[in-house]
Design a protein around this ligand. Sequence first.
Ligand code: HQG
Length: 180
Amino acid sequence: MNPNRIKNISKFLSLILRHSPEIIGLKLDANGWADVQELMAKAGRKGQQFTLEELSIVVAENDKQRFAFNEDKTRIRANQGHSINVSLDLEAAEPPEYLYHGTVGKFMSSIRTEGLLKMSRHHVHLSELKATAQAVGSRRGLPVILTVRSGSMHRDGVKFYKSANNVWLTDHVPAKYIDF
Ligand code: HQG
C-alpha cells in the first residue's frame, strides 16, 4: 500500500477516533471504540473510502501503533491521544526511573512554573526514549528535551499509565520533578 495513502487514512482516523467523531456522524462508546463497519460506511459517505484490508494495514503498519482492533476486529479505537472524554481503562504501571518529554523553547517559562500540563489531551505524554521525545518536540520547532524523574514521582504516589503503544501517561508533572 502506498505510504502516502497509509498516512492519509491514519490522519483521518486520528481526527475521527481521538477528537471529532461527530464530523462523520459517528458515536464512540465510553471506552472509545467505534464499530468498524459503521466507521467505514460513514467515512465513505464523507469521501474517505477505504476497505477493511486497507484499514487493517493502517492498524498494523502505523508508525506509532496509534490504533487497535478488538479481538474479533469488529471495533477499532485510538490507543491514546484523545481530546474527547473516553475511558481507556489503563492500568496503573510502574514507570522507569526517567522519562522524556519533547517540547519547544517558547513553552519553557510556563513549564518552569506550572510543570507539564496535559493541555487539551487526557494526559501528559512521556516517552522512554529520548529520540521519541525529540521527534515529538520537532513537530513544533527546535526541540527541547526535558527529563522527568518519573521514579521519584511514582514513589511519591503519582500514578502512571502505559498505553497499548508504549506512551507513558500521567496527569501532571510538577516542575520539581523536571530536570531542565
Ligand atoms: C506543551 C503526538 C506551556 C507540551 C506526539 C506540548 C505525542 C506546555 C504542548 C502526543 C505546558 C501540548 C502528544 C505548560 C505542556 N505551559 N506549554 N505548562 N505543559 N506544554 O500535542 O506531548 O502523532 O497535546 O510540551 O507524538 O506534544 O498525535 O502534546 O508541546 O506522542 O500520535 O503543550 O501527540 O502523537 O501538545 O504530544 P500536545 P505532545 P501523535
